[in-house]
Write a protein that binds this ligand. Structure first.
Ligand code: SF4
Length: 302
């Protein structure tokens, strides 16, 4: 059944011919790949969603300061800030995406969906969508399964790794998974789900991977917030049947082509972009000195 996740076009044809839903087709695939029962697959996804919800809560309630000091309780500040430029729901969306990602930057437990660098986007978007629409956990699990199918195709046609395709491949893919999942959870049909993916990818194309000091903190945490907001806007656009014009498979191919042409300094090497700025370099030196200072004596003198 592996061909199923080679393209969005193929995924749609498969589901139509077999008369199965998008999320059931992912369960079928997982059952075959893992030699497991469908209820085990659903239970695993439900467990992953609980970890996502816990990460949001942890990030909003506990101390979140990273060892480098670059991350310092940003999610709580956004959540509680009284001067709003966003609607209350939007403010919570941003804070939740920041919260879950800050947990990752502070070495807490998250779901790498699809990577740890992008681990705030699905929690932020889905927890907020669930709250706005009163959705059940079971409905969110269906959305997450569709998100998994989206990731399988992006991995096949382009990449999910910043080291291969830049940040578009990490936060861009997570935002596309989230947008597709949200449209699905709200009852959107297959073309709307795929259109949401296409629009999201169009908005994220070209984003480079340039983590300061090689740590997945800056700009990663704030990019999780912006990617979550793009996922929301793409969901709204797709639900209104506004076309991406460029079909989703071609959008993913464009992302692959852009990723392949990116110089290596923009692919997680911390040698370009924000990592290469004067301040980025200073932070990098300070973090390196911190690391040397905490090495045991016998290791630091070798
Ligand atoms: S900048 Fe690089 S490390 Fe950070 S989230 Fe993006 S892809 Fe991941």
């Amino acid at each position: 059944m592996c061909y199923l996740f080679e393209s969005f076009k193929g995924w749609k044809i498969y589901c139509e011919e077999k008369n199965v839903t998008l999320h059931d087709s992912v369960i079928e695939y997982e059952v075959e790949q893992k030699n497991a029962e469908s209820n085990q697959i659903k239970a695993g996804i439900l467990n992953a969603y609980q970890v996502m919800k816990d990460a949001v809560k942890t990030g909003l309630e506990e101390e979140m300061t990273s060892r480098s000091g670059m991350i310092n309780n940003g999610a709580k500040k956004v959540f509680n800030h009284p001067l709003a430029v966003l609607s209350p729901e939007f403010q919570k969306l941003i804070a939740r995406a920041l919260a879950a990602k800050e947990v990752n930057s502070c070495m807490g437990r998250v779901v790498a969906a699809p990577t740890a660098g992008a681990s705030g986007i699905l929690p932020g978007t889905l927890v907020t969508l669930q709250e706005i629409h009163g959705l059940s956990d079971e409905k969110i699990v269906e959305g997450l399964l569709v998100g998994a199918g989206i990731a399988l195709i992006i991995e096949e046609k382009a990449s999910l790794a910043g080291a291969v395709g830049g940040c578009q491949a990490e936060t861009g893919s997570a935002a596309a998974m989230a947008a597709g999942a949200m449209v699905y959870c709200l009852g959107g049909y297959t073309d709307q789900v795929f259109n949401a993916v296409a629009i999201t990818i169009q908005c994220m194309l070209g984003l480079v991977c340039d983590p300061v000091a090689g740590l997945v903190e800056v700009p990663c945490v704030v990019r999780n917030a912006s990617a979550a907001s793009i996922a929301f806007s793409s969901t709204q656009i797709a639900l209104a049947d506004v076309s991406s014009v460029i079909p989703v498979d071609e959008c993913i191919e464009a992302m692959g082509e852009i990723g392949a042409s990116m110089e290596s300094r923009y692919k997680e090497t911390a040698m370009g972009g924000l990592a290469a700025t004067l301040t980025g370099q200073q932070i990098s030196k300070r973090v390196l000195i911190q690391d040397i200072e905490i090495l045991p004596d016998d290791e630091s003198t070798e």
